[in-house]
Design a protein around this ligand. Structure first.
Ligand code: PMP
Length: 429
């Protein structure tokens, strides 16, 4: 009998001292309903909660744990580094090694600066694009999420989509006016915005494969069209690879999709689950960053030795064993095949979007290509599906507006069990 009594008690207690009981909104299960489970530990493909339940994990800390939880080499590296202190606020050789490793793996990055979160990376990239171009406006896409900096909280995905928040109190009108939005996969809409704001668009920022309104794949020609537009109009093209980087390919979405960005942002993946982000790109643009240039950006914990060693170990492992990413892609393909086979002929409208190790199930009859089509899905049905799987030991993202992330510790048996449970669930409705 599935029991989460201790989690429920801890949630009530947490609400006394933490807003909503959580330190990041989606964790509160507000949209899916019910009480969140409190995690005690994780190993490989599994999460374990405080009541002793085991879950097959399809979140992987929202992306970074590509090789699974508590990956032994990463844990060992962190333990050894901790012996030498947790933070210095002064340069280390490891930071250069990390920068060199990333530059060796991804296209179009000559210089890279470490920060402590994906939000910081995207916020800094936007400031840099504005400083470099001397222009004010940015274009982002409806349903894409680039962190919680003011400029990005306009028609954003992730928790804002989950909670139905479209305008955020506290973001000033002036800031919101400088953020222009277009539907994802709609090149004409972006062209119209650029025309209407001629010579005043500093940057176009995009999740090349969107993961914050479910997994949404760019249509052929869409990203290339944006690339050409940016080149023509002197706009900085920013790929937010916080989720895509080192997952879709060693060189991220740029490599997998064959599109060049001017600036790229990274996040959680490069810290192997430790708090890290980074932004990098062409030398000419990155040279505007202080202390080389006047675009100021800084961080006490940037390049933190524990975070660096964790990320360096994970990225090295991926680089030295390119078969690992292929393996997790194959596993995701197996999940896709299983789910689509189970879902077909059940009379329930569905679309499953998948690329590499990102996948999401949408209960809707229309293809999910942007935020508007993602919003047409049957959220109530997803919520039931989520709880059915959770109570049977499978942990999906607690929102229909999030991608699932597979990790390579998952076994084919884990995936087959997930598919079988999906079939059981479908039989209940
Ligand atoms: N960009 C993308 C694409 C993200 O998915 C996220 C977070 N999920 C962020 C930026 C923000 O990263 P962080 O939560 O580390 O600030």
């Amino acid at each position: 009998m599935y029991n989460i009594g201790t989690s429920q008690q801890l949630f009530e207690k947490a609400k006394q001292s933490i807003p909503g009981g959580v330190n990041s909104p989606v964790r509160a299960f507000k949209s899916v309903g019910g009480s969140p489970v409190f995690i005690k530990k994780a190993r490989g493909a599994y999460l374990y909660d405080v009541d002793g339940n085991e879950y097959i994990d399809y979140i992987a800390s929202w992306g970074p744990l590509i090789l699974g939880h508590a990956y032994p080499k990463v844990v060992q590296a962190i333990q050894e580094a901790a012996e030498n202190g947790t933070s210095y606020g002064a340069p280390t050789e490891l930071e250069s090694k990390m920068a060199e490793l990333i530059i060796s793996m991804v296209p179009n990055v000559d210089l890279i600066r470490m920060v402590s979160s994906g939000t910081e990376a995207c916020m800094s990239a936007i400031r840099l694009a504005r400083g470099y171009t001397g222009r004010n406006k940015i274009i982002k896409f409806e349903g894409c999420y680039h962190g919680h900096a003011d400029s990005f909280l306009v028609k954003a995905g992730s928790g804002l989509a989950t909670l139905g928040i479209q305008n955020v109190p506290g973001v000033t009108q002036a800031v919101a006016e400088d953020t222009l939005t277009a539907p994802y996969n709609n090149l004409e809409a972006v062209e119209a915005l650029v025309k209407a704001h001629k010579d005043n668009v500093a940057a176009i920022i995009i999740e090349p494969v969107a993961g914050n309104m479910g997994c949404i794949i760019p249509k052929p020609g869409f990203l290339q069209g944006l690339r050409d537009l940016c080149t023509r109009e002197g706009i900085v093209f920013i790929f937010d690879e916080v989720m895509n980087g080192f997952r879709l390919a060693l060189g991220g979405a740029q490599e997998r999709l064959g599109i060049d960005a001017d600036l790229v942002t990274y996040g959680k993946v490069i810290g192997a689950g430790m708090p890290v982000g980074a932004f990098g790109g062409k030398r000419e643009i990155m040279s505007q960053i202080a202390p080389l240039g006047a675009v100021y950006q800084a961080g006490t914990l940037s390049g933190n030795p524990l975070a660096m060693v964790a990320g360096y170990t994970l990225l090295s492992e991926l680089k030295n064993n390119p078969g690992l990413l292929e393996e997790v892609d194959r596993k995701t393909g197996h999940l896709y095949d299983g789910l689509t086979e189970m879902l077909s002929n059940k009379g329930i409208p569905y679309h499953v979007n998948q690329i590499g190790s990102m996948i999401s199930v949408h209960f809707t009859g229309t293809p999910v290509i942007d935020y508007a089509s993602a919003s047409k899905q049957d959220i109530g049905l997803f919520n039931k599906y989520f709880h059915y799987l959770l109570s049977n030991g499978v942990y999906l993202p607690p929102s229909a507006y999030e991608s699932w992330f597979l990790n390579n510790a998952l076994s084919y048996d884990d995936i087959d069990r997930t598919v079988a449970l999906t079939d059981d669930f479908l039989a209940t409705i």
